[in-house]
Ligand binder design. Structure first.
Ligand code: ADP
Ligand code: MG
Length: 257
């Protein structure tokens, strides 16, 4: 992973929230790089600064120190080539699934056959082609989250940021969506940074797991996940999977040394 192929560089980024006279350090200086096509998961206990870090990478929050670079461009505000999916879906309730996916394209110009084709392809990619005319209220939680993913992908983002996108869903739906995410990532070689508090989810999805420690958040370890791809759920039962998950738990302090 040399500097030539790095898509994302996070350099010395820290953040303190100013509340009245005091500043609360949420994130200590952290740094890491991400290669094109890499899938990195960030795990850590609640309050370890995961969302703060992701919002800074997405240009939604200014760091107190440090810089974020997407290729040669410094990120200081939301960037059209960075897609975001949060736990909360924020779909427009009065728009159909298709029109929700088209929304980011409408901001760029008129919608023609090309744009409609793109929306249809993405609805297909996330398994919603039969639901293009449904309104968000007519979709299950898992379907709404897949729709949000399609919307985040519609402008071909070079970087996709996911902040606990499946956190509010039941365990079975979550497993299914993880499989879909693996499929989508394989199909498009999409570069992803995903925050999750599920260690199993992180090991299943990622090429590398960043473990954040709290107060203030800092990187405790970067753990490569060298499990073969494509991965099926069966990999979760393997010895290699268990060893990596245990190593992450040890760094978080969930397993005695
Ligand atoms: P995580 O996503 O890992 O749960 P966050 O990044 O949301 O953690 O928060 C990290 C720390 O920053 C926490 O201690 C949290 O209370 C604090 N924090 C987050 N957002 C704000 C805010 N808007 N104002 C003040 N403190 C905040
Ligand atoms: Mg969070």
């Amino acid at each position: 992973m040399d500097a030539q192929t790095d898509l994302l560089r996070v350099e010395n980024v820290s953040h303190a929230f100013v509340l009245g006279p005091s500043a609360i350090p949420a994130l200590a200086p952290v740094g890491f790089t991400l290669a094109e096509g890499e899938f990195v998961c960030i795990v850590g206990t609640s309050g370890s600064g995961k969302s703060t870090l992701l919002r800074i990478i997405g240009g939604l929050l200014q760091p107190t120190t440090g810089q974020v670079w997407l290729g040669k461009e410094q990120i200081t505000e939301p960037h059209p080539e960075i897609g975001f999916v949060f736990q909360k879906t924020n779909l427009m309730p009065w728009r159909t699934a298709r029109d929700n996916v088209l929304l980011p394209l409408e901001l760029l110009g008129p919608i023609g056959p090309q744009e409609r084709k793109r929306a249809a392809a993405l609805l297909d990619l996330v398994g919603l082609s039969g639901f293009a005319n449904n309104y968000p209220a007519q979709l299950s939680g898992g379907m709404a989250q897949r729709l949000t993913l399609a919307r985040a992908l519609v402008r071909h983002p070079r970087l996709l940021l996911l902040d606990e996108p499946f956190g509010a869903l039941d365990a079975l739906t979550r497993e299914r969506l993880n499989l879909e995410l693996v499929r989508i990532q394989t199909a498009q070689q999409q570069t992803v940074v995903m925050v999750t508090h599920s260690i199993n989810e992180a090991v299943f999805l990622a090429d590398r797991v960043l473990v954040l420690g709290e107060q203030p958040g800092r990187i405790l370890a970067q753990i490569p996940v060298e499990l073969p791809r494509p991965r099926s759920l069966a990999v979760m039962g393997s010895e290699g999977f268990g060893a990596i998950a245990t190593e992450i738990r040890r760094h978080i302090g969930l397993v005695a040394e």
